[in-house]
Write a protein that binds this ligand. Sequence first.
Ligand code: ATP
Ligand code: MG
Length: 401
Amino acid sequence: MGENIIEKALLGASVFKNEETLHPAFIPPELPNRENQLIRLSHTFKALLNKDGAYAVNVAVVGKPGTGKTVSIRYFGQGLEKAAAKRDIKVRFEYYDCFMFRTKSAILRDLLTERFKVTSRGFSDEEITTMINRRLSRENIRLVLCLDEAYLLGQDLLSIIHASEVAKHGHAFISTLIACRIVDWQNTLSFPLSGRLHDRIDMPAYNQDELFKIFKFRSELAFHKGVVTDEIINMVANIAASTQNARHGIEVLYLAGKAADRLNVRPITPDLIRRAKQEVYSELRSDVLYGLRDQEILVLAALTRELKAEKSSSTTIASVYERYQLICEEFGVKKQALPTFRKTIDALVSLGIIGKVVEGIGTGQRGRRARLTLMDIPVEVFDERVSEILQRRESMEGNFD
Ligand SMILES: Nc1ncnc2c1ncn2[C@@H]1O[C@H](COP(=O)(O)OP(=O)(O)OP(=O)(O)O)[C@@H](O)[C@H]1O
Ligand SMILES: [Mg+2]
């Protein structure tokens, strides 16, 4: 009987034709309503494709959350490489999410080791820069360094741009394509980058009609015919229009599809959409969570579980550390010692995922302890996501690093 249930669940027809197409990393074959921005990017990057007299460019893409910045630049990168290859011009588009690569050094090292397959061990950043430049120059490769959420690099971003400007005099070509949310742009990048950009492309927020078109297209890729009606898509467009965030709608569709499979409901009903809506927190970049290191995910899991257990919105580092140790045992992962654990917490604080508030206990400085909170995100939502990622990683890799 138990086996039958499992077999039915595993093999039973799914509403999804291709579930992966709703995953944050998926790049769709078309981007409705982003044609103008893609054309403008192409015009600016045309400079790279001149056989003689090519020059490198620095471009920024700026907009609110969920306006398609990430997906557009990755889509553009694929197209650019292909168009160049057709003309026998070597363009390399290398994408970095700065949530994962947080320093110039991390990016340079990855570029050399993982993307150009040369060992970088034992070399300084300067030496690595020289090695990359030599390689580009010798093989006549035009590199586009794509830096998503570039504000996280702080001063290092300027240093990267400066290195690419210096490189140009040595006839190597490093262009940069920067993506950034509008708030972070205004707070950290707009001033230091002014005068250094060839173009800045704004991604306007989507309105309801645009969202309808996008979700219609994405539904056709993800679901079997007849599973999602226009009425449902309209409903989802309406939900996402409230935040003007395309991710919002994509996640609602995904969760509604999962629930339809779980409950065996066909087609997707307004009720499933309403329920999915409750589970989605649109500002939470689920792709950020996917980019976190294993230890960071474990710390987050510990914090969310602790907050849930205490039914509180903040807790102490000591309690989180205790819970963290339990989780490590649960997953058979090596524990970090307290000082390292504190560093992991600090990293999550600087990414804006965890908040740290200092609360006075007693009067003196000594009694003041930091308490940890989750930034603006309901614990339940977070807990579910983090657990999902933990399970995914465990089943994919069998173990953690
Ligand atoms: N024009 C579009 N056509 C199809 N899908 C889109 C379009 N715009 C956005 N999406 C989808 O919406 C989701 C959010 O887009 P994306 O991640 O590119 O937003 P973003 O601007 O980078 O947001 P954030 O600032 O939060 O990083 C992704 O799943 C993406 O594939
Ligand atoms: Mg993005």
